[in-house]
Design a protein around this ligand. Structure first.
Ligand SMILES: Cc1cc2nc3c(=O)[nH]c(=O)nc-3n(C[C@H](O)[C@H](O)[C@H](O)COP(=O)(O)O)c2cc1C
Length: 187
C-alpha cells in the first residue's frame, strides 16, 4: 500500500496529547495542506486560529465567559471542566468559516469546505507523527461563541482541533465492511 493511503487508513484520533506540539515550520505545511481543501469557486472561506502557550489560557477565559453568560444550569463542576478543557493538548487550531455571498455556492458548501480543511490538517499531522482530535461541544456552531473568540459576527466556529504528540496506546480502528456502506449502479 502506498504511504498516502496508509496515512488515511490508519489516522486515529488521540485523546491523550502531550508536548511537543508541531513546530512553526511543520505547521506551515499543515496549513498549506488545509488550504488545498476542495473550495467551490475558490471563495477561500476557511481560516484558522493557532493557539498554544498563554493563548490556551486566553481560550480558557473565553470558554468561561461564554459559559457564564450563555449556558443554562451551569454548575461549578461543569464550569471547571470548561475552564480546563483547552489544556488537554499543547496546541489547538480553531476552524473558522467565513461564508461569502455567491450566487452558486451556498453557505453549507463553504462550511463543508472548512470541514475538509480540518480533515486535511488531521491527515497532515498524522503523516508527521503528530496526533489530533476534532472536538465541538458547547463552543462550536452557535451564534454567540465567535464574539468571545474576537471573530466578526459572520464568522462561524466549525470546530477545535486538539493537537500534540500522541501519548499511550492508540485505540483500535474498527474494521468496517464496505458492503454495508456502498451501493453500486452499473447498469
Ligand atoms: C464535526 C465533529 C465534531 C466532533 N466533536 C467531538 C467532541 O466534541 N468530542 C469528542 O470526543 N469527539 C468529537 N468528535 C469525534 C472525534 O473527533 C473522532 O472522530 C472520534 O473519536 C473517532 O475517532 P477516529 O477519528 O480515530 O475514528 C467529533 C468529530 C467530528 C467530525
Amino acid at each position: 500500500m502506498n504511504d498516502a493511503l496508509n496515512n488515511i487508513l490508519y489516522r486515529n484520533s488521540h485523546r491523550s496529547l502531550t508536548e511537543p506540539a508541531p513546530t512553526e515550520k511543520e505547521m506551515g505545511l499543515v496549513f498549506q495542506a488545509a488550504l488545498r481543501a476542495p473550495d467551490h469557486a475558490w471563495l477561500r472561506p476557511s481560516s484558522f486560529i493557532e493557539i498554544q502557550g498563554d493563548g490556551l489560557k486566553k481560550l480558557s477565559n473565553a470558554f468561561v465567559s461564554y459559559a457564564k453568560e450563555n449556558i443554562k444550569d451551569l454548575d461549578e463542576e461543569k464550569l471547571k471542566k470548561y475552564e480546563q478543557s483547552p489544556f488537554r493538548a499543547p496546541m489547538i487550531v480553531v476552524l473558522v468559516c467565513t461564508p461569502k455571498e455567491h450566487a452558486m455556492v451556498p453557505e453549507v458548501e463553504q462550511i463543508m469546505s472548512t470541514a475538509t480543511a480540518g480533515q486535511n490538517i488531521l491527515l497532515a499531522l498524522n503523516s508527521m507523527g503528530y496526533g489530533g482530535i476534532w472536538r465541538t461541544g458547547a463552543f462550536s456552531f452557535n451564534e454567540k461563541i465567535g464574539r468571545y473568540l474576537e471573530l466578526d459576527h459572520d464568522q462561524k466556529v466549525v470546530g477545535y482541533l486538539y493537537i500534540g504528540t500522541p501519548e499511550g496506546k492508540a485505540k483500535k480502528i474498527p474494521e468496517l465492511n464496505i458492503l454495508d456502506f456502498v451501493t453500486k449502479w452499473e447498469s
